[in-house]
Design a protein around this ligand. Structure first.
Ligand code: 13P
Ligand code: SF4
Length: 363
């Protein structure tokens, strides 16, 4: 994915105290009223998250966007692929805006359409039976378009097992990209034996597998990963179990398989919030996901002991690019009737991508 350059918004915004920026954002929100919908992913920093009209995990936010027929402007406080999906799911006259164009996702960049199409052709040369492609929503619109055209579906971290089941009912194999770990954890949860799950290493012939391995495989995983969730280790789980007897460990399924297996449970960001909020007072949690969400839960539930699973700060630096200064900058423009940082997926790409997204929303 090549992101358009973010313009320098200048000291008029960047040098202002956060308090003043927030007061001005609140004013602009009032002014724009029902024309505006601000969506906020759970990894957003609090100063931005507080302005979201709706918050959620990737699936919930995609649904909000798809149902926001009455809103002219959708300002997406999240990352680029989320804004692209929102644009695909909304009408042509609705405008989706990403406050800082540098807010990409490193994992989404690990599988380009060219690379996947190349692998697809190689796979077709050796695999018997039908292969169904499934792309994690953390991927470019170009890749979603490819998947839609090849009879596959998008999935998110909260429905990956369901989508995998759907795909395996339609074909002999699933080609799952870009996140190896979400794919492996979901395949394991469905009881697919380890030797029927293989890794496709980009840049290697047949992804580094023999033709026989690929013929036997049920699930073929791309070797992409989330740089944030890779920081959680199985030894962190052991550390918390030793340090805090009774602790419950909950992690995101983008974590490595050994971490997910060592944890008590796993779930999407929305799933993690539900589990923690529904637990009794006095519960102890070690959470393996992005630090802004963990800190928010810590403040929201002072009657529970909430910790990050890792001793290190696991911050998604691209999510963190959405700052109050950039949110105010886009809203100031909207108030003047000007649109900046619009995310538009070309119609010829959006068509197939919408098929893949709609399949997910109906599975
Ligand atoms: P969910 O919010 O869907 O769990 O996804 C997490 C994530 O990494 C988004 O990029
Ligand atoms: Fe991408 Fe990981 Fe950040 Fe999510 S948390 S946006 S997967 S880098």
């Amino acid at each position: 994915m090549v992101l358009a350059a973010q313009v320098d918004i200048g000291d008029e915004y960047l040098a202002q105290p956060e308090e003043e920026l927030c007061a001005r954002i609140a004013g602009r929100k009032r002014e724009l009223g029902d024309r505006l919908l601000i969506l906020g992913h759970h990894y957003q920093q609090d100063a931005v998250y507080q302005f979201a009209d709706a918050t959620g995990d990737s699936l919930k936010l995609a649904r909000f966007a798809a149902e926001a027929h009455d809103r002219r402007y959708i300002v997406f406080c999240g990352v680029h692929f989320m804004a692209e999906s929102a644009d695909i799911l909304t009408a042509d006259d609705q405008i989706v805006i990403l406050p800082d164009l540098r807010a990409g996702c490193p994992m989404a960049d690990m599988a380009s359409r060219e690379e996947v199409e190349w692998a697809w052709r190689e796979l077709a040369g050796v695999a018997d039976g039908r292969v169904i492609p499934v792309t994690y929503v953390n991927s470019s619109a170009l890749l979603k378009d490819f998947v839609g055209n090849q009879g596959g579906s998008v999935c998110t971290s909260s429905n990956a097992e369901r989508v995998l089941t759907w795909a395996l009912a339609r074909g002999e194999k699933v080609f799952f990209f870009p996140d190896e770990h979400l794919g492996r954890n979901s395949a394991y949860a469905l009881g697919i034996p380890d030797d029927e799950v293989v890794l496709w290493r980009r840049g290697e012939k047949l992804g580094g597998n023999s033709a026989e391995q690929l013929r036997r495989a049920k699930v073929i995983l791309w070797n992409g990963y989330c740089t944030v969730h890779m920081q959680f280790k199985a030894e962190h789980v052991a550390m918390w179990r030793a340090k805090a007897p009774g602790v419950r460990v909950i992690v995101h399924p983008e974590c490595r398989h050994e971490v997910v297996r060592a944890a008590d449970q796993y779930g999407s960001t929305e799933g993690i919030i539900k589990a923690v909020s529904g637990s009794p007072a006095g519960s102890i949690w070690a959470i393996g996901t992005e630090v802004n969400l963990v800190n928010r839960l810590k403040h929201q539930y002072p009657d529970k002991q909430i910790h990050s699973l890792s001793p290190f700060q696991c911050l998604c630096s691209t999510m963190y690019r959405i700052k109050p200064a950039y949110l105010l900058w886009v809203l100031d423009h909207l108030a003047r009737g000007e649109v900046v940082n619009r995310i538009t997926v070309p119609a010829e790409v959006a068509a197939g991508a919408k098929v893949a997204l709609d399949r997910m929303l109906t599975i």
